[in-house]
Write a protein that binds this ligand. Structure first.
Ligand code: NDP
Length: 293
């Protein structure tokens, strides 16, 4: 009870702050789903979306620390540049070499990479990654995070298929040398046949981005089999041409929406210590993307 007799304490007027530093930032919907989840959980937290240019990143971080922010996301183009500006890295972020989430523990900043963890949480809803053979299309930031997290979660073998051989070979060598999984690179110069013993097949390229996109992977979808889990990182639209083909082949499919929601939930847990309501975040994202689900 406050001095004036109201059931409000002074701390009610000082929410804990979280947010995002990126540029451009205006099309990033994370603020809306985090604020909805904080409100639904009755948490005294706020999330602020900030457009931060590369030359302003160090000052933005110093400002967040000065204001006692609990943490922040780093999105493009800051995921690598943030590393020398913080105090330490979680294991997977250190292997991946990129950070998308920072946690502030009394002034000590730790970098995490929850892109891959979000994918893994989504995968675990339908399949245990342990001892699986995984095929990943792409070798950019998303593929890197997914490959490392799946390898650390016990995947037996991972094949990286990428258009540019340098990037593909580099990722395969990284996963092979820094995790317990066997990882190889396959060139992607013509229509790709998915090996019959693959358990999980993931589009981690940017192919298929944007509502109404008809772009899809140069893969023989007849090589997809019903025992396979087929995933896409694309959140908008969630139902890509790639996933539609996989579903018609009888595969279990995973949309990028699940990865995005799980990643946001993991960030929220790191900052608040509690489980945010994923259904609220899913609903919010669906409304943003104009989906009926
Ligand atoms: P990058 O730019 O780092 O990598 C893009 C990848 O796509 C590269 O491997 C590139 O190959 C490949 N690629 C792009 N166009 C083609 C093409 N026409 N044919 C073959 N390969 C192609 O991007 P990110 O890894 O950061 O992001 C990839 C996607 O993942 C984005 O669309 C992003 O929105 C999504 N994403 C989704 C998340 C979620 O939570 N759902 C989280 C993070 C990302 P190459 O090396 O040859 O150029």
């Amino acid at each position: 009870m406050g001095d004036d007799g109201n059931n409000v304490t002074v701390s009610s007027f000082l929410p804990q702050l979280t947010g995002s530093f990126s540029t451009p930032a205006a099309d990033n919907p994370t603020v809306q789903i985090m604020e909805a989840a904080y409100a639904a959980g009755n948490l005294d937290f706020r999330y602020i979306n900030c457009d931060v240019k590369p030359e302003g990143l160090a000052d933005a971080i110093a400002g967040a620390v000065a204001m006692g922010w609990r943490g922040f996301n780093c999105s493009l183009p800051h995921k690598v540049a943030v590393i020398p500006l913080i105090d330490g890295l979680a294991e997977s972020a250190s292997i991946i070499g990129a950070v998308n989430t920072v946690v502030n523990d009394d002034g000590r900043l730790t970098g995490e990479n929850t892109d891959g963890q979000g994918f893994l949480a989504s995968l675990r809803e339908v399949k245990d990654p342990k001892d699986t053979r995984i095929v990943i299309f792409g070798a950019g930031g998303a593929a890197r995070a997914i490959a490392v997290e799946c390898a650390l979660a016990g995947a037996r073998a991972i094949t990286i298929v990428n258009r540019s051989p340098e990037r593909g070979q580099e990722l395969a060598a990284l996963v092979d040398s820094r995790t317990p999984a066997d990882c190889d690179y396959r060139p992607w110069t013509s229509r790709f046949d998915v090996p019959a013993d693959a358990d999980v097949v993931i589009n981690a390229t940017s192919i298929g981005f944007g509502a109404g996109s008809t772009e899809t992977l140069d893969v023989d979808t007849d090589s997809l089999q019903p025992h396979m889990v087929v995933a896409d990182v694309m959140a908008n639209p969630p139902m890509t041409v790639w996933l539609t083909a996989a579903e018609s082949r009888g595969c279990t499919i995973l949309t990028g929406l699940g990865m995005l929601v799980n990643q946001a939930a993991i960030n929220g847990k790191l900052w608040t210590g509690v489980d945010l309501d994923k259904a609220v975040m899913h609903r919010e994202l669906s409304a943003i993307f104009g989906l009926t689900q």
